[in-house]
Design a protein around this ligand. Structure first.
Ligand code: ZN
Length: 164
């Protein structure tokens, strides 16, 4: 377990120092802003979908290290993928972070994203890690703003244009 913890810290630090796909995307087709009031995380996500695949993706904003690292790794994971594959990753990441998916025992497509499996033991951090994925889901579904406070479960029964 010590190795997992060390890897987690190294990955978080690396992506926090050098976030991948940081910035804006002038030709974005889908955008959303995600807010996690509990921590103060706020990020803007821009996606360019072409032929129903993620041709481009970029994010920026102000967030804690876990949220930023999760967003950075998410962008590298979904870039170039079909939207349906990206949606599957969103679901798997969410299930992993909330403890519904045991990545050590069940099949998944998360790859290195499994470094975030440990957040399930840190209830206050689960929303930080999930926020970027929640925001990507919102962007795909053309919901311009989203908040982890819309419901106790971030991706459960969202209402478009709901409470900011
Ligand atoms: Zn946070």
């Amino acid at each position: 377990m010590a190795d997992t913890k060390q890897l987690y810290q190294e990955v978080i630090l690396d992506h926090n120092r050098k976030p991948r796909n940081w910035g804006t995307l002038p030709d974005a087709t889908h955008q959303a802003e995600g807010v996690n009031p509990l921590c103060g995380d706020r990020l803007q996500l821009a996606v360019k979908l072409s032929d129903d695949a993620v041709e481009g993706i970029a994010f920026e904003g102000e967030s804690c290290a876990i949220c930023k690292a999760s967003a950075s790794m998410m962008t590298t994971a979904v870039k170039g993928k079909a939207r349906s594959d990206a949606e599957r990753l969103i679901q798997e990441f969410r299930d992993m972070a909330t403890g519904k998916l045991d990545t050590g025992k069940e099949p998944h497509h998360l790859g290195r994203l499994t470094v975030f499996a440990g957040v399930r033991d840190l209830p206050t951090r689960v929303k930080c890690a999930i926020l970027p994925w929640h925001t990507l889901h919102a962007a795909f579904n053309s919901m311009r703003t989203t908040s982890t406070e819309a419901d106790a479960d971030p991706m459960h029964e969202q209402t478009p244009g709901g409470a900011a």
